[in-house]
Design a protein around this ligand. Structure first.
Ligand code: C5P
Length: 232
């Protein structure tokens, strides 16, 4: 039923973590695997969309038939997202690092003899909020993600308002995340996910399903939200 529902549409997806360099050999990162974002990109392509996937460093193959832009840092990701616009819908599934090291060291930091220096951090650009709040060239549908460990829906509703996006796909990434992944980081890296779709229209609780199934369900909803393509 989904087949072709996004034909003629351009869907932009971010996926994976970002890596924020400390020095030439060290970086700050997080546990995002990119599985959910990559699954969304693949599902959108299967629905006929032209898809641009902007991916941080992941151990996943590039989904077939998709233009993939590989980036490392949040700033690289923002540049690649801006270069990919315009898009009909944008799904920001990446776990972008909130902070980067203020002054990346040009040489490997050495421990010898030196007092332990604190790492000064600075805030990364918020890619989702920046795109969602654009006056011009805003994708018609902007979808963010929220990984929370408590009060998942309340935090997602606050995030919806704060970011200015249309939907938040919220999941519980506490250790068991409402299902048993049994690994540190819960849903991050797991193959299944249980999410809540939060929008101005209300909250839907989607039962635990594979990340591929959640991607298909989200893509079907995106197709409905964008409506039928004008005559072609
Ligand atoms: O604020 P928080 O990181 O919890 O928000 C998560 C959502 O915001 C995700 O959709 C993520 O891709 C997006 N985000 C972003 N740029 C950032 C931080 C988060 O696009 N710097």
């Amino acid at each position: 039923k989904v087949g072709g529902a996004l034909r003629g549409r351009h869907v932009l997806v971010t996926s994976g973590p970002t890596h924020e360099p400390i020095d030439p050999v060290r970086y700050i990162a997080n546990r995002s695997s990119g599985k959910q974002g990559h699954a969304i990109a693949a599902a959108a392509a299967a629905a006929g969309a032209r898809v641009t996937l902007v991916s941080g460093p992941v151990n996943l193959p590039d989904p077939a038939g998709i233009a993939v832009h590989h980036v490392e840092t949040a700033r690289d990701m923002l540049a690649a997202v801006e270069a990919a616009l315009p898009a009909d819908a944008a799904v920001f599934a990446a776990a972008v690092a909130d902070w980067r090291v203020a002054a990346e060291a040009g040489q490997k930091l050495k421990k010898d003899g030196n007092a332990l220096a604190p790492l000064a951090l600075t805030e990364n650009p918020d890619i989702l909020a920046g795109i969602a709040r654009r006056a011009e060239g805003r994708p018609r549908l902007v979808v963010g993600f929220a990984a929370e460990t408590q009060n998942v829906v309340a935090h997602a509703q606050a995030k919806l308002a704060r970011k200015g996006c249309d939907w938040i796909v919220a999941n519980d990434v506490s250790r068991d995340g409402g299902h048993q992944s049994g690994i540190p980081g819960g849903v991050m890296g797991a193959d299944s996910n249980a999410v809540h779709l939060v929008s101005a229209a209300g909250v839907e609780h989607w039962p635990t399903a594979s990340k591929a199934e959640i991607a298909q369900r989200l893509v079907a909803r995106i197709a409905v939200a964008l409506g039928p393509q004008e005559s072609q």
